[in-house]
Design a protein around this ligand. Structure first.
Ligand code: PLP
Ligand code: COI
Length: 384
């Protein structure tokens, strides 16, 4: 079954929502970005550098539950320096995109899955779960207010970043915070690859691990990313673009690449099959990963979850059995891997161009997201 959520039929994604939601207090900005300035940003948004005019905030306390849901102007947060998030890093985030369709309407992709993942992360971090419908309503309220910020260039989108922080003012570390703030901000984003999709080089990190059994690897917890910067910096020092994370025990089982899940293509044409590392508890259960596992069989490419070591990866490429490897995630969609380097080994995959299977899966996924292909899975969620 693809992904830890089970191979749920599309309908489940819509029904499996806790019913609670709130009325949002709408306080729109009186000083919106002038249209000409906004259009200049949208012409070249880069990635994660510009933010829209509004944000959504919702508060939580152990006594009152979720309350005080607002749309308000995007602005710095005033926080007590003793807030627990600054000291004990109780922070979670999610990431998904809003896509403009040819008719001008706006959709998101599998937002209830992001909500469910945030709640799984929350359980691991002893933080409160947010009703799935409230999570999705928060996205909708923000995208409706900032709909002019959703780019209409194919490949561009509005990246939505929901996150939750512990705001309790206390330095005691014997219990989790009792108050939290959930926020959604939005950032117009361009194509991840400005010069077209080019295979990246990756570094097999043995000095650093991203996640250990029993740890926080399957949660989308900010601390996982803080701990990853040193490994990524090492990859860059080694002349590589991204770091490959190996298992923490034997340092040989492949887990993820940078902040993406990894896919291995064996064979080609009608014999092509896909393998991705299974969700052992130390990998992030990516929504793109899950979508690939569901799309591939419908394109005649069998797909399975399993285990692959660095030795098997190298031998598979050298024998020609492994024909393509790519990372996948919301931001980059797919990122082909062209070259692998470690302390004692190095090898190449393919001919320096993105592989056929990788590009087919990418086209199919983008087609569904931008509405140029049918969506038999019920993944697309109209938002504005
Ligand atoms: N793995 C990690 C560590 C990530 O941070 C991400 C992206 O957020 C992914 C995988 C891909 O997840 P998704 O496809 O849901 O974006
Ligand atoms: C993704 O969305 O694919 C990511 O890798 C998110 C990242 C910016 C943390």
């Amino acid at each position: 079954m693809p992904c830890g959520y089970g191979a749920a039929p599309a309908i489940r994604e819509r029904i499996l929502t806790m019913s609670t939601t709130l009325d949002f207090d709408l306080r729109p900005s009186e000083r919106r970005t002038p249209a000409a300035e906004r259009e200049a940003v949208l012409a070249d948004p880069g990635w994660g550098q510009y933010f829209t005019d509004h944000m959504v905030t919702i508060r939580y306390s152990a006594e009152s539950g979720w309350h005080d849901a607002r749309l308000e102007p995007y602005a710095p947060l005033a926080m007590d320096p003793a807030s627990q998030v600054f000291h004990y890093a109780q922070e979670l985030f999610e990431g998904l995109k809003a896509y403009r369709q040819a008719d001008g309407s706006i959709v998101t992709f599998r937002p209830y899955m992001n909500a469910a993942r945030m709640n799984r992360s929350a359980r691991r971090m002893a933080m409160p779960e947010i009703p799935e419908q409230l999570f999705v309503d928060a996205l909708e309220v923000l995208v409706r207010a900032d709909r002019d910020w959703v780019p209409d260039t194919q490949g561009h989108s509005l990246y939505l970043r929901p996150f939750m922080i512990a705001t309790t003012r206390a330095l005691g570390v014997n219990r989790p915070a009792q108050e939290y703030l959930f926020v959604v901000i939005a950032s117009p984003s361009g194509n991840y690859y400005s010069g077209g999709i080019k295979p990246v080089s990756v570094w097999l990190s043995r000095d650093y691990t991203r996640a250990a059994p029993g740890g926080t690897g399957e949660a989308k917890f900010g601390g996982n990313y803080a701990a990853s910067f040193a490994g990524q910096a090492e990859a860059v020092e080694q002349g590589c673009d991204q770091v490959v994370w190996l298992d923490a025990v034997e340092h040989r089982w492949v887990e993820e690449v940078g902040s993406m899940n990894l896919m291995f293509v064996y064979g080609s044409g009608p014999d092509a099959r896909l393998l991705t590392p299974a969700l052992t508890g130390t990998l992030l259960p990516g929504i793109t990963r899950d979508s690939m596992l569901r799309l591939a069989p419908d394109l005649g490419i069998s797909a399975e979850e399993g285990k692959i070591s660095i030795e098997e990866w190298q031998a598979g490429c050298e024998s020609g059995q492994i024909t393509e490897v790519f990372g996948c995630g919301t931001a980059a969609i797919i990122s082909p891997v062209g070259h692998v380097k470690g302390t004692d080994r190095a090898w190449s995959i393919g001919d320096g161009e993105p592989g056929e299977v990788s590009m087919r899966l990418r086209e199919e996924l983008i087609g569904i997201q931008y509405g140029s292909r049918p969506d038999p899975y019920g993944w697309v969620h109209g938002i504005a």
